[in-house]
Write a protein that binds this ligand. Sequence first.
Ligand code: E4P
Length: 214
Amino acid sequence: MKLFIDTANLDEIREVNRWGVLEGVTTNPSLIAKEQRDFKETVKEIASIVDGPISAEVISLKAEEMVEEAKALVDIHPNIVIKVPMTEEGLKATKLFSEQEIRTNVTLVFSAAQALLAAKAGASFVSPFLGRLDDIGHNGMDLITEISHIFDRHLIDTEIIAASIRRNTHVTEAAAAGAHIATIPYTVFKQMVKHPLTDLGIQRFLKDWENAVK
Ligand code: E4P
């Protein structure tokens, strides 16, 4: 499974990138707005830090306008992937992008039917939102399992990005369920590193070392 970071914050991206584990970045309009910086400049800087797919989302709701909006984004860097909402217009845009060999990430996927349509339209990636399904009392992980089963069974090469990740077990469970990628918030990356027994182990080693080496 590949690990992406779900943020537009450059410090967070730089830090996790230094760990040597980062293979891509996803952003969305809310994450970009939080940074209060120019959208294209931010995307350009992200692409200069991470060598992997960088999802930049269009905000237009009409297919032709999405295509227009994407022109300025794809020119930024060859790694830019256009993030498109899972709507009828989004599907039309996905089809147009795939004809131009522009990669797309169809976002806001909440059912296997939506994932299948996105794949058929030519999406390079689909993003099922685990956390938001869990929030309304569904089991987000079941959706990853279902999409993964359908894609495997029908040899569909669209990659599944487990999105809306809320905790470290979401990442490992999504890996076991067949997601190709998890896009992970910075706080969850930090959580993944930590284990109380690791901290305790370090303390104990240091104490023993101090006692022995005088
Ligand atoms: C996916 O690409 C989205 O940016 C993201 O995972 C949304 O997650 P949220 O439910 O935490 O906003």
